[in-house]
Design a protein around this ligand. Structure first.
Ligand code: GLU
Ligand code: ZN
Length: 301
């Protein structure tokens, strides 16, 4: 827990080290940074290195360096999820003792054949723990929530009601579990991130309720897409070029609907961030889940 007063704004940026930051990650970093700074809050950094098979060697350090080069200086020391396994396990042990979870050996294939969502097949079967995934009994599903940018969000019932995985068959902790425990322990008051995480938010809210932890506010920023595809490490979006930090920050401010003045195009990162902080307007961000970048913008990356 941080020592700050409970009413202090605490935000965060939580990249996965599966590759370098790209323009889509810059939008999430900048949006969460400016929202925190405009509230005179803290902006924390968490490296989500929860999934070693998907981790790229050196990516975590490269992410820290890039954020520094872009003037996005975080408060305190970065938190690494790989150092937090005992906290995740303690919660799972508690839930197991209370009969809230169960072991499951069903394959991905059998679940997709059953319609994509897990039908609770192993709930009462007392499967052996060895090689099993751990699932949470979703007895109090959350179907909707209010996003401070996207408005009222409702998800399909089968998604809300699924007994989702909290620990994978390969022994790795699930993203939804780790993100909630980490955000709770850091005292995060508002989560600002990309709209690709709108749907899992209902699962995370269910976990806050189960943990009887205060729920943060939610802001899901529009995703940058190009030719219909999300910019992502998986589809090889180019890594951010620190020599072009000013130009890219200007584009990210513009993407977030903040209308940076043309004469600041390519200014020093500090100048653009100061302008962004002074003029920050959450309600100017287009409340879309996706925004197509035009070719001219993409050619600047
Ligand atoms: N680590 C996730 C990602 O890079 C973000 C998680 C979050 O912000 O909740 O997509
Ligand atoms: Zn099962």
């Amino acid at each position: 827990m941080t020592a700050s007063t409970p009413d202090r704004y605490i935000g965060r940026f939580a990249p996965s080290p599966s590759g370098p930051l790209h323009f889509g990650s810059l939008v999430a970093a900048l949006g969460s940074y400016l929202q925190a700074k405009a509230h005179r809050g803290l902006w924390l950094l968490r490296i989500e290195d929860l999934d070693p098979p998907r981790e790229v060697a050196g990516a975590a350090d490269a992410i820290l360096r890039t954020l520094d080069d872009f003037g996005l200086h975080w408060d305190g020391s970065p938190v690494y999820q790989s150092h937090r396994y005992p906290y995740y396990q303690a919660v799972l042990d508690d839930w197991a003792r209370r009969g809230l979870t169960y072991c499951c050996h069903c394959s991905r294939k059998s679940i997709s054949e059953a319609g994509g969502f897990y039908p609770g097949h192993c709930r009462t079967r007392h499967r052996p723990p060895k090689g099993a995934a751990i699932r949470l009994k979703m007895d109090s599903p959350v179907y909707d929530f209010d996003d401070r940018l996207q408005g009222h969000i409702q998800v399909p019932a089968p998604l809300a009601e699924e007994d989702f995985t909290v620990r994978r068959r390969d022994g790795l902790y699930a993203y939804n579990l780790a993100v909630v425990i980490d955000d709770r322990d850091a005292g995060i008051t508002e989560v600002v991130r990309g709209a690709d995480l709108l749907e899992p938010t209902v699962r995370q809210i269910a976990l806050y309720r189960l943990l009887q932890a205060p729920e943060p506010g939610w802001v899901h920023l529009p995703l940058a897409v190009h030719a219909g595809h999300k910019l992502s490490k998986q589809n090889h979006a180019p890594g951010l070029d620190s020599r072009r930090a000013g130009a890219l920050l200007w584009l990210a401010l513009d993407f977030l609907g903040q209308r940076p003045p043309a004469e600041l195009r390519g200014a020093e990162p500090g100048v653009l961030l100061a302008w962004g902080q002074a003029h920050w307007s959450l309600s100017s961000i287009p409340a879309h889940a996706k925004i197509e970048l035009d070719r001219a913008d993409v050619s600047h990356f």
